[in-house]
Design a protein. Sequence first.
Length: 103
Amino acid sequence: MNGNYLIPANTKQSKLILGFFTPVDLGIFGIGVTTTLIMLFIFQGLTFQMALIVLLPALISGFLVIPVPNYHNVLQLIINIVTFYLNRRKYYWKGWCIRDGKE
């Protein structure tokens, strides 16, 4: 292979359910849809505003788990953005080097 490595583009997709979702994603979506269905059974004769409020759990959970390019879903994108801004971004050299020690 002359030092070249061939990595398939879809290596992560084989670990995901239906190629897009993790079990946590399906759990989040399932909880959102279940909450919405329970609220639909509880509140009968909804106005338009109440219908939007009742549908919010399913809409929000669906938004969090929809696939986006370069991330497997919006939730992972949000987690990566928050992690980037909350963690230290100034890195100090702690490796080995000939000039790293005392002279």
